[in-house]
Design a protein around this ligand. Structure first.
Ligand code: NAD
Length: 476
């Protein structure tokens, strides 16, 4: 058959049109589903775990040097997207402040330890050589909160991958968009460094049911939960190895020896950071009577607004659904909201410079015994440091999470640190110094008080394995 040039060009045109239409349809499908499977986002938990399992095997085959390159790439992508993810989180959850969320994302990207956190150990002697190495668990199930959605995923991903694991996330349903976007970006970073396609996986429509299914799944070798008391309880009943990062209610103690100007600024900075949604943030103050008035005046110079007891009573009605001491229930509508908006609810109008509401109350006030996660900070006047410590221990409520103290007296600080027995104890700085933000040390967004790992890092997500060689292979 003879084909002329006109027919050839028509044929080429037709083929190009068809290929283009197929590509367009594929793009549309990806857009409609929001994610392609290679982004690591799956509608089925089984699919997510299967992909994570395969990717983890591939990761281990790449060797340690490649793993370090992968971690560097994850840091780079997380830094480049810190602002975008902070805005996304704020838009989606309505919690906190964009600027502070950017800081949390950057902190997680830069100060989460990588592969250098893993240490091997050797024993040599007359009986030969023994090697102990920190090995990965396999596929970790990580359940993440709404309060620090992207920063927790950046932090957990760096730590868990550095330790050689794959992760399947079950994000909080109210933060699924930004959480899954973070997973997608980090997977891109991993692929760009020559790593597996889907080392990080997540569920497209996470719910309490998918969270529970993840806890029960036989292929999940370790569970890491970051959230409130209920999820910690549920995970610890799963029968699996669990690292649980639970709630806190961090007290602040200020004694008469403190530098009051500094203490006031540090307390306002810590308690208003991201509108107090951080689990480590200052939640109530116990200050000795002698310095309370000065402390409040200095706090007001740094962005705090004081309300009186009648206004505090009005605010309780707005911010609480139930004030029962055993099970206080806050009005979720105001979690992580600006102080300005909270004050408006009781008819007080202030400018954007106001970041924190303060009020003097007694020890038994719901503002004291509740982890409100709002920029509302109660101040309790006490006789002396001993009364402050006793009341701070009660308010901390056995969480053993975080406490802060402002003092120049080492004896008082030691007494408080021992009595409070918390995972983090910050002296003379805002609470976030305890996460390495303006303080020394590495960072984490998963502080495991209930299960005792404390500030988690790559080594927390490993199991120790021992290899013994009898008699031979020694050089002395
Ligand atoms: P949350 O407990 O409501 O949710 C956390 C995660 O757990 C979500 O993914 C949620 O879907 C899941 N979940 C909740 N209840 C569950 C249940 N019964 N069974 C299975 N899954 C369940 O917490 P949140 O509001 O997102 O976060 C705020 C809380 O987390 C605060 O109490 C805060 O102190 C705590 N937190 C602790 C740390 C830490 O490092 N210790 C860090 C961040 C937040």
């Amino acid at each position: 058959m003879e084909v002329n040039s006109e027919q050839i060009s028509r044929l080429v045109e037709e083929v190009v049109k068809r290929v283009k239409s197929e590509l367009d349809n594929k793009d549309k499908a990806v857009q409609l589903s929001g994610f392609s499977s290679s982004d690591g986002i799956f509608s089925s938990l089984d699919d997510a775990i299967r992909h994570a399992e395969k990717s983890q095997e591939f990761l281990l085959s790449l060797g340690f040097e490649k793993r370090k390159e992968i971690i560097s790439s994850m840091r780079k992508y997380a830094i480049e997207n810190a602002e975008y993810l902070a805005e996304f989180a704020h838009r989606e959850t309505g919690l906190g402040r964009v600027k502070d969320k950017v800081a949390k994302n950057l902190l997680a990207a830069k100060k989460t330890p990588g592969c250098e956190d893993l240490e091997s150990k050797t024993y040599t002697g007359d009986d030969g050589l023994t090697l102990v190495e920190m090995a990965p668990y396999g596929v970790i199930g990580s359940i993440t909160p709404t309060t620090n959605p992207s920063s927790t995923i950046i932090n957990n991903s760096i730590s868990m991958v550095a330790a050689g694991n794959a992760v399947v996330f079950n994000p909080h349903p109210s933060a699924k968009g930004v959480s899954n976007e973070t997973v997608r970006i980090l997977n891109r970073a991993i692929r760009a460094a020559g790593g597996p396609e889907t080392l990080l996986c997540s569920i497209s429509e996470p719910t309490l049911e998918t969270s529970k299914a993840l806890m029960k799944h036989p292929k999940i070798k370790m569970l890491v939960v970051t959230g409130g008391g209920e999820v910690v309880k549920a995970a610890m009943a799963s029968g699996k190895k669990v690292i649980a990062a639970g709630p806190g209610n961090p007290p602040v103690i200020v004694d008469e020896t403190a530098n009051i100007k500094n203490a006031a600024k540090h307390i306002v900075d810590g308690a208003s950071f991201d509108n107090c949604v951080l689990c480590i943030a200052e939640k109530e103050v116990f200050a000795v009577s002698k310095i309370v008035d000065e402390l409040k005046e200095e706090m007001k110079k740094n962005g705090a607004y004081e309300i009186n007891s009648r206004q505090a009573d009005e605010l309780v009605k707005v911010l609480f659904k139930d004030t029962n001491r055993e099970h206080p229930v806050t009005n979720k509508k105001f979690v992580g909201k600006d102080a300005r908006l909270i004050l408006e609810q009781i008819g007080i109008h202030v400018g954007p410079e106001i970041r924190l509401v303060i009020t003097e109350v007694d020890e038994n006030h719901p503002f004291v015994y509740t982890e409100m996660l709002m920029p509302v900070l109660p101040i309790v006047r006490v006789r002396d440091v001993d009364e402050a410590i006793e009341k701070a221990v009660r308010a901390e409520n056995g969480c053993r999470h975080t406490a802060i103290m402002h003092s120049e007296n080492v004896v008082n600080m030691t007494k408080a640190a021992r009595a409070l027995n918390t995972t983090i104890f910050v002296k003379n700085a805002p609470s976030y110094a305890g996460l390495g933000f303006g303080g020394e040390g590495f960072t984490t967004l998963t502080i495991a008080g209930p299960t005792g790992e404390g500030l988690t890092s790559a080594r927390s997500f490993t199991r120790q394995r021992r290899c013994v060689l009898k008699d031979s292979f020694r050089i002395i």
